[in-house]
Design a protein around this ligand. Structure first.
Ligand SMILES: [Zn+2]
Length: 285
């Protein structure tokens, strides 16, 4: 029998029924909402733990190594975004070291970044962007002034996204577009890797949205015409994860090239069927 708790209500659908889906460690578990499928970290982390992790920039060391892969992916994301809104003023919330702002600038966007990390804000200012240090509700930005607001790999860090989503909505011009990307706990990779899925990172990641739950969260915040799709990162670490899984399942190691091809084929299949490891949504204010 799955255990069902009545202690916490789901931040997307309000249901009080959830069950344990995975045990990540002695301390951390993933719970799944019985009604909408939202995954949440149990126990709920302390928000102060999060700010410390981002303060010194160490968390971005891996990202700098993968910069070319990430920039190529950002260009694809922007090309898709531009079907909904022409390049104008972009606010990147949780901008990190500014890769997305740089990819957007090349395509004609004027970029502003917000991030709680002083390291990140110094970094984007040195690249010539307007940068504000803090959480979105702590910084002073003009309402209804942005053509697009992006939240890339941000919502999984928040126990409750509502205040942030409403803040993004206020800053968007009428007709402006919100872009959200976050790990998909219903992806093929998450299902196959179980507790080894790369994006269970307690306590830094604490909520995981499926395409359906992300769509519901954005609609709840008053966004219109929400569209979702999924994609899979093609970084080496991802393919290595799939390779390790294949070796375990097959009981022997395959040549590296075979691993890579198999991982690439799986990623393409997942993306085409809506089971990619990242869910991406766009929605209109
Ligand atoms: Zn729910």
């Amino acid at each position: 029998m799955p255990d069902t708790t009545l202690a916490r209500t789901c931040v997307v659908c309000g249901s009080a029924r959830s069950r344990e889906e995975l045990q990540l460690s002695a301390e951390w578990r993933v719970r799944r909402c019985e009604s909408c499928g939202l995954r949440s970290l149990d126990p709920e982390p302390d928000p102060d733990q999060l700010v410390e992790v981002f303060d010194n920039g160490e968390i971005y060391e891996g990202a700098f190594l993968l910069r070319e892969d990430i920039m190529a992916r950002h260009a694809e994301t922007l090309a898709a975004l531009e079907f909904r809104v022409k390049p104008g003023h972009l606010l990147d919330v949780g901008c990190g070291p500014g890769f997305f702002l740089e990819a957007a600038r090349v395509r004609g966007w004027q970029g502003t970044g917000v991030d709680p990390s002083p390291f990140s804000v110094r970094q984007i200012q040195s690249l010539g962007f307007e940068g504000h240090q803090g959480l979105l509700h702590e910084v002073d930005l003009p309402e209804a002034s942005f053509d697009a607001v992006s939240l890339l790999q941000v919502v999984e860090h928040l126990v409750d996204p509502r205040e942030l989503l409403e803040g993004c909505k206020r800053l968007l011009k009428p007709g402006g577009v919100l872009l959200v990307a976050t790990p998909n706990p219903a992806s093929l990779l998450a299902r196959a890797q179980r507790e080894r899925f790369n994006y269970w990172i307690p306590p830094v990641h604490c909520v995981w949205y499926t395409p359906r739950t992300l769509k519901a969260a954005l609609a709840n915040a008053g966004f219109k015409n929400v569209k979702t799709k999924t994609w899979s990162a093609r970084a080496k670490t991802q393919h290595d994860g799939v390779a390790a899984l294949l070796s375990t399942k097959l009981g022997r190691r395959l040549p590296a090239r075979t691993h890579w091809r198999a991982a690439e084929l799986l990623a393409r299949t997942a993306d085409a069927t809506g089971f990619g490891s990242i869910v991406e949504a766009t929605a209109i204010r």
